[in-house]
Design a protein around this ligand. Structure first.
Ligand SMILES: Cc1ncc(COP(=O)(O)O)c(C=O)c1O
Length: 445
């Protein structure tokens, strides 16, 4: 991903953009003699948190039922607790998997999935260089070694770099569907299957997304979701795991409940195949299950609104000459969290964002994740105990993190602009955003 990928026209365009920041002055209304049209009066554009915008009497009634039954714990109480139970049942139906497990967060779901896959010391797990902390910490907490692979123009794992990073010790890959868009799962699955590498799909930022008609989370060996407030459906905090594999399910269910197993999980998986081992407490409460049950019943209509708005904005800007949009391996499976396009370099990106913000458009750099290999704590391989197995194996001692291990990711991060999309945007807002992007883009020509 370098300037060589740009056409001459794009290069000239971007050079002008960079020039405008210095010669013309950022506050100037003129760029190389070309006046920038005055912005239209902006509507109130706040994408907000998606899930809470859809809270209504369904969440209220479900919560009241838990309060009135005085049974907030999923396994027993004076009433008949079944909110988490029903949520899990409905989640398996929605995601087209055999099993689902409700837990306390997406991070907890990742820890359960890693335990479910039996990942531990001596194993390597491939993780995208740009993702949320939990994809790294779940590997380290298991005592395994995180190996980073670059992202590509899909803003997700680069299938080619994933392939390059496989060693005989690679046990799993975490395919993270970031920023509302699915990974290119076909090449990822092909490489994984050929090399006996397990696939953990992290759908935290893409709940309800799909890839070529398959729900995200149902394609790999195990999938996880987050229901934290910034996610598609929310209970403030919360998470879930899905799988078709009874052993992964039992191991995950055990890990989420001190290593023990309850009847409900054995009823689902048929019989016990795993012995008790040391686990955690990541059990979902009935309050969480109540809110999530109500939110799940609205997910389809929420998705239709959000992805419809994103598609309208993409359609409105895709004809801009030379524009390079995010590569979307399956646009129909994109939930529409944002609209993404490239600029030539960091200076051009910053200028573009500044001009969009002047027009009150919610533009920013990529958000919601971390450039992990360049974080100081990761470069220094800091763990909660100096003897932690992850970095004390011969490979763990040898591995180096830092900018040289993720150049492509850093380059992509520096060049992409994000414009957040709201589920409740009106056509007027979509049109305003399209108009603003077109004007800013043209002003940079
Ligand atoms: C990609 C990704 N994975 C996992 C998580 C963890 O989810 P939670 O915040 O529910 O622990 C997040 C949260 O932002 C995320 O973005």
């Amino acid at each position: 991903m370098t300037a060589q990928n740009f056409t001459r026209r794009q290069f000239l365009t971007s050079s002008c953009m960079a020039l405008s920041g210095t010669a013309a002055g950022l506050g100037s209304r003129k760029l190389l003699g070309k006046p920038i049209p005055k912005p239209k009066e902006p509507p109130n554009i706040d994408p907000g948190y998606i899930g809470p915008q859809f809270f209504d009497k369904h969440e209220e009634q479900a919560l009241l039922q838990v309060l009135e039954s005085r049974s907030p714990f999923r396994y027993w109480g004076p009433g008949k607790p079944e909110k988490v139970l029903r949520f899990e049942e409905n989640f398996t139906k929605y995601m087209h998997t055999r099993f689902a497990l409700g837990v306390t967060s997406g991070t907890a779901a990742l820890d359960c999935a890693v335990a479910g896959l039996g990942i531990g010391p001596g194993d390597e797990v491939i993780v995208p260089a740009y993702t949320w902390w939990s994809d790294y910490t779940c590997v380290v907490h298991a005592g395994a070694l995180p190996v980073f692979a670059d992202i590509d123009r899909s803003l997700n794992l680069d299938p080619a770099d994933f392939k390059r990073k496989i060693t005989p010790r690679t046990k799993a890959v975490i395919a993270v569907h970031l920023l509302g868009g699915p990974c290119d799962m076909d090449p990822i699955m092909e490489t994984a299957r050929k090399n006996s590498v397990a696939v953990l799909e992290d759908c935290a930022q893409c709940v309800g997304g799909s890839y070529h008609g398959k729900t995200l989370g149902s394609i790999g060996d195990v999938g996880i979701y987050s229901f934290q407030v910034n996610k598609m459906i929310t209970s403030g905090e919360g998470g879930a795991l899905v799988t078709n594999d009874p052993i992964i399910y039992e191991r995950s269910a055990r890990f989420h409940d001190m290593g023990t197993i309850r009847r409900v999980f054995l009823d689902r998986s048929g019989s016990s195949r795993v012995q008790t081992f040391a686990g955690e407490n990541f059990r979902m409460s009935e309050f969480t299950g109540a809110v999530l049950g109500a939110q799940l019943s609205k997910l389809d209509s929420m998705l239709a609104q959000l992805s419809g708005n994103a598609q309208a904005i993409y359609d409105g800007i895709k004809t801009l000459p030379g524009i390079r949009l995010r590569y979307r391996p399956d646009p129909d499976g994109d939930i529409g969290y944002g609209v993404y396009f490239e600029t030539k370099d960091k200076a051009a990106r910053n200028l573009c964002i500044r001009r969009l913000r002047q027009r009150k458009v919610p533009a920013s750099t990529l958000t919601g994740s971390v450039l992990l290999p360049v974080h100081e704590s990761i470069i220094n391989k800091r763990t909660r105990h100096p003897g932690w197995p992850s970095f004390n194996s011969p490979e763990g001692k040898k591995i180096k993190y830092g900018p040289d291990t993720c150049r492509q990711t850093l380059d992509i991060f520096d060049r992409f602009v994000q414009v957040r999309v709201g589920a409740k945007y009106t056509q007027h807002i979509n049109d305003y955003i399209i108009d603003a992007i077109r004007r800013v883009y043209n002003s940079l020509m």
